[in-house]
Design a protein around this ligand. Structure first.
Ligand SMILES: Cc1cc2nc3c(=O)[nH]c(=O)nc-3n(C[C@H](O)[C@H](O)[C@H](O)COP(=O)(O)OP(=O)(O)OC[C@H]3O[C@@H](n4cnc5c(N)ncnc54)[C@H](O)[C@@H]3O)c2cc1C
Length: 422
């Protein structure tokens, strides 16, 4: 049985940083709640410009999606660009498209500038088609991206097979702008960079309430500490708890689980993703595949709260189907995380009060978008005339939240059981 208490990312992070608990009370220009990519990218930009910034994290830096994800640094959004256009209109969609097309550039340049050691590998990603419907999906996505000058390439089955090492995919869409990272190391690197510009970061400091008073917003913390700030950024995404229950109601939480094998032998590695791209597929119950620097195979799939044995059986079965020559893997780590799917599957920047903002709803595509939106919100806080690539919105609840959550969770479970039994 793999170790379910330790994710691969925690085990392999080079910098094991610890941050203090906040005691007493303090003042700040901006208080940021949540130490993931959104909060720390925002903190870094504000601190660089000389503002007094405090980041309050309920658990540890990267505890949320930022320390648990697959590490695929993709351009754009999970939703195809034509769909985005239908949802928010052509003009707004164009602005968002161009900002997020450059998101991997921003991530990889921050890594370079701040010398973040996070296994950064910019060899592109592959969106792999399953069956005829997957192929149709990718053909349509390719045309949409191509018409927007994205440098993507649609690989036929043979080319996909040689890039992936499996004959199970009918095609693959290659995006050279993308890459992979060790996600927890990246977020820890952002924290270190922000501290270098005097941002203050506190762990195990849960914000329990926020109240607007004449001298600013008062944030009361679990440690009994208090922060008084002119502005507040809630960067809690799928891990929104304790404050503003409306935030939690604005997304559907979906679990995603991953398994990491022992490091594979060189002759095996030469046959699986030899170009070191990261991969995700077109299935509704999506799965992902990538390697880390040590040569471990990391396989993930939607669903799996509690990481049950059925999920492990499914991982074994799926890997055997994909790579028939591969001996049974020794899964050493297993972990899961929560994704925040918004009503329209787009990220949002909500304004909750005159000086309170929330970045939320990345819908499973957050490394580039959260890094971008954190920085963009910082620029807006510094100068209200700065127009962000996403218009500020009012918070609204997702419709039929519990039904949708059960639908995804039960759907994923049924899919996994079905695959194990066939
Ligand atoms: C399993 C998984 C796989 C994914 N794979 C990818 C991928 O390959 N590529 C990609 O682009 N995106 C991926 N994503 C999405 C991406 O990880 C997220 O969108 C991104 O990390 C969101 O960052 P964030 O900073 O907004 O939130 P988070 O990283 O979730 O941070 C929120 C933080 O807020 C803290 N918090 C909550 N409430 C409070 C409080 N009251 N007081 C103080 N702190 C609080 C939490 O403890 C948490 O640390 C994946 C997500 C998951 C879960």
């Amino acid at each position: 049985m793999p170790d379910t208490n330790l994710s691969l990312w925690k085990a392999s992070a080079e910098d094991k940083l610890n941050f203090p608990l906040l005691k007493g009370s303090m003042k700040a220009d901006v208080a940021i709640v949540g130490a993931g990519y959104s909060g720390l990218s925002c903190a870094l930009e504000l601190a660089k410009k000389g503002l007094k910034v405090v980041v309050l994290e309920a658990n540890t830096v990267g505890y949320g999606g930022s320390g648990r994800n697959v590490g695929l640094v993709n351009a754009g959004l999970w939703m195809p660009p034509d769909e985005v256009e239908k949802t928010i209109g052509k003009e707004a969609a164009d602005v968002l498209y161009h900002a997020l097309a450059k998101a991997p550039d921003l991530v990889f340049s921050l890594i370079k500038e701040n010398q973040i050691k996070c296994e950064a590998t910019r060899k592109g990603t592959l969106h792999a088609a399953v069956g005829k419907s997957g192929l149709r999906q990718l053909e349509s996505r390719y045309l949409q991206l191509n018409s927007r000058s994205a440098p993507v390439e649609l690989l036929d089955q043979k080319a996909a097979q040689s890039r992936i090492g499996s004959d199970c995919f009918s095609a693959a869409l290659f995006d050279p702008r993308a890459g992979t990272i060790q996600p927890l190391s990246y977020v820890l690197g952002l924290a270190k960079a922000a501290m270098g510009f005097s941002a203050q970061i506190f762990e195990h400091t849960k914000v329990l309430s926020i109240k607007g008073e004449a001298n600013g917003y008062h944030l009361m913390c679990s440690s009994g500490a208090k922060v008084v700030a002119d502005k507040v950024v809630l960067a809690t995404n799928a891990y929104s708890e304790h404050i503003f229950p409306e935030l939690k109601a604005s997304f559907v939480p979906i679990q995603y689980s991953q398994f990491a094998s022992q490091p594979l032998a060189d002759d095996v590695l030469a046959q699986i993703l030899p170009g070191k791209e990261g991969l995700w597929d077109t299935c509704t119950v999506m799965s992902s595949l990538r390697l880390d620097q040590a040569g471990r195979l990391i396989f993930g799939g939607m669903g799996g709260a509690g990481l049950n044995t059925r999920l492990l059986q499914w991982a074994d079965k799926r890997i055997h189907k994909l790579f028939k020559h591969l001996p049974k893997l020794d899964w050493q780590y297993a972990w899961s995380g929560q994704i925040a799917f918004s009503q329209d599957h787009l990220p949002h920047c909500h304004q909750l009060d005159a000086g309170v903002y929330s970045l939320i709803g990345y819908s499973g595509r957050g490394i580039g978008p959260a890094t971008t939106m954190g920085k963009e919100l910082a620029l807006h806080l510094l100068d209200e005339k700065h127009v962000m690539p996403l218009a500020l919105t009012k918070l609204s609840p997702v419709s039929m939240r519990e039904m949708k959550r059960s639908f995804y969770e039960v759907g994923a479970h049924v899919y996994h059981v079905g695959q194990v039994l066939t």
